[in-house]
Ligand binder design. Structure first.
Ligand code: PMP
Length: 294
């Protein structure tokens, strides 16, 4: 990233990509007082930008800090940055954190910073490729009890076990891992939500200890619009034996069919394929509508 050209929006200003640096004594780095978003632009417009910005501001409040910009200002900065960078298909990464005025567990006076970076990220929609499905391991780390962490915040600190779990899976040749929750039920992948299909109905874990993803909610809406029943409930790992299809949802993953979760095998089929196409159509239509509204 140090070599990248272009600009980053940093505390209200557009500055060169390579100059967007922080001090090593930044509280966010030492104590994980940082929250972020993962967004994706299609045709130059972030899909569900308002929902992402709202989650960012709310994540900061959960971590006891207030981002010193309004949602409208953050949205405008995002749109302007995409325009200045001339990006249409892009990844967008906003992050807010406590600064470097004091270093200790308490950092009430530290300044709150925010930055937004964007980079090109084409969405190659290759249904045939995706329908082969990806292979997932079952992670050793579990999503913690919601009483032990602020699980509704998209907080940097909560990703430590995700990175560890994803690395462990990659070392074994898997694409990613499914994390169970603290009670041993299926929770999510390391950066995406998970769904299963059985007898024409879609089943997905209730998001009581992990993010209720923006893509997850979109896909549930798309499924219901097709008259597909969606059941949110606790799913024990042993039940995976009886499911026919499995897929992940997330801003980056979009709808990604899964062929394996540990010892359990799935065959990406009709419902995964339908929702994959519906999601693609939905983000494309939103992009076209945003252009028309300009
Ligand atoms: N869970 C985790 C741990 C994630 O990082 C993400 C990606 N933000 C999701 C779920 C899916 O969320 P969304 O659909 O809002 O991208």
């Amino acid at each position: 990233f140090d070599q990248m050209n272009g600009e980053i929006w940093f505390d209200g200003k557009f500055i060169p990509f390579a100059d967007a640096k922080i001090h090593v004594l930044t509280h966010g780095l030492h104590y994980a007082s940082a929250v972020f978003e993962g967004e994706r632009a299609y045709s130059g417009h972030v899909f569900k930008l308002e929902a992402h910005t709202e989650r960012l501001i709310n994540s900061a409040r959960i971590l006891d800090f207030e981002i010193p910009f309004t949602a409208d200002e953050i949205n405008a900065a995002t749109n302007e940055l995409l325009k200045r960078e001339k990006l249409t298909e892009a990844y967008v990464r906003p992050i807010a954190w406590r600064g470097s005025e004091a270093l200790g567990v308490s950092a009430q006076q530290n300044k709150i910073h925010i930055a937004i970076a964007v980079w090109e990220w084409p969405s190659y929609f290759k249904p045939e490729e995706k329908l082969k499905g990806i292979r997932l391991d079952i992670a050793e780390y579990r999503r913690p009890d919601p009483r032990t962490i602020p699980c509704k915040a998209k907080a940097a600190g909560l990703y430590m076990i995700c990175t560890l779990s994803k690395h462990a899976a990659e070392h074994k040749g898997y694409a990613d891992a499914v994390m169970l929750d603290w009670e041993g039920n299926v929770a999510e992948a390391t950066g995406a939500n998970i769904f299963f299909v059985k007898d024409g109905a879609v089943h997905t874990p209730t998001p009581h200890c992990f993010l209720d993803g923006i893509t997850r909610r979109t896909v549930i809406g798309l499924a219901r619009a097709r008259g597909i029943e969606v059941i949110e409930r606790a799913i024990a790992p042993e039940e995976l034996e009886g499911f026919e299809e499995c897929f992940l949802t997330g801003t980056a993953a979009e709808v990604t069919p899964v062929s394996e979760v540990g010892p359990y095998h799935f065959k990406p089929g009709r419902i995964s394929e339908q929702l994959m196409h519906d999601y693609e159509a939905c983000v494309r239509a939103a992009g076209a509508a945003a252009i028309a509204a300009e």
